[in-house]
Design a protein. Structure first.
Length: 289
């Protein structure tokens, strides 16, 4: 009698457990077969994009495919599974699916970035065009990642009834709450818009020689919120990205990668100018281009 009760109690859960285990195994098998075929294709491809995708997209797509198949399997047995168990399982799988989508999308963005930057080497003499592309791609990559995370998290939150009601309440009182949120997010949105403006207009680029706050240095890093300037004595000057939109500064390599500087020689009045000129010519002739 006790065994029958236990069997009857456990039996409804077996549908859900079977869907999870079966979906997991089927997902791994499908992904393994698919990825083996893709690996053979990428090895014969001359495009760097497919090779990078083969390196960086294996784990994210495996988790993504497994999550999708488990989610579909749970939906199929939803009516035969206890409601609480089915709902909790679906929400957990939905969360795993969300994380998989975010990671897969971010990895894809990094692959696209590396593919583009592969054609633009910065370690060359005339690297102006390369620095333009590096700056634009890196800033746009950061912006894209932020938007992907916001959209994915927002979409997942709206799948809950509580958050949908909260969203409706916020829209109903959009006036006051909008002002509060707008004031609180003013700096964040300002920096984000400044980052987009810098990516398009490019008043600064990576490795540009600049003078800011009476300091000479090179642009080392550009993020969505701040810019790092490497000072000549290896100190780092960190400035908000809006600084380069709102305040004047000097950019010595805005048009060309060549730098024109001034050298002062403090000499005695009796020094031969011709010998100094000849020494300068010797130094220039022996210098590496």
């Amino acid at each position: 009698m006790n065994i029958e009760i236990i069997v009857n109690t456990v039996k409804p859960y077996l549908w859900g457990i079977g869907a999870i285990v079966g979906g997991y195994v089927i997902g791994l098998i499908i992904h393994a077969v698919t990825w083996r075929l893709y690996t053979k294709f990428s090895k014969h491809s001359e495009t760097n994009f497919f090779k990078l995708l083969n390196q960086k997209w294996y784990k994210p797509t495996r988790y993504l495919l497994v999550s999708i198949i488990i989610y579909v399997a749970l939906k199929q047995v939803y009516d035969n599974t206890p409601a609480l168990f089915a709902d909790i399982s679906l929400y957990m799988i939905s969360f795993c699916l969300l994380v998989s989508v975010i990671v897969s999308a971010i990895k894809l963005i990094y692959v696209i970035e590396e593919t583009i930057l592969h054609h633009y080497e910065v370690d060359v003499k005339d690297n102006l065009r390369a620095r333009q592309v590096h700056t634009q791609v890196k800033i746009l990559r950061r912006i894209a990642i932020v938007f992907i995370i916001i959209l994915a998290v927002g979409g997942f939150a709206l799948s809950f009834e509580t958050f949908r009601k909260l969203g409706t309440g916020i829209l109903a009182s959009a006036g006051i709450i909008g002002l509060v949120i707008g004031f609180a997010a003013q700096k964040i949105l300002g920096n984000l818009l400044a980052g987009i403006q810098i990516a398009i207009t490019q008043p600064i680029r990576l490795d540009d020689v600049v003078i800011v706050e009476n300091e000479w240095g090179r642009i080392e890093e550009i993020t969505l919120t701040y810019v790092v300037v490497r000072i000549w004595d290896l100190r780092r000057l960190v400035l908000p990205i809006s600084y380069f939109i709102e305040k004047p500064f000097q950019n010595w390599t805005r048009i060309s990668a060549d730098i024109l500087g001034t050298v002062y020689l403090y000499l005695d009045y009796t020094v031969s100018v011709d010998k100094i000129r000849q020494k300068l010519k010797d130094i220039l002739q022996n210098s590496v281009d």
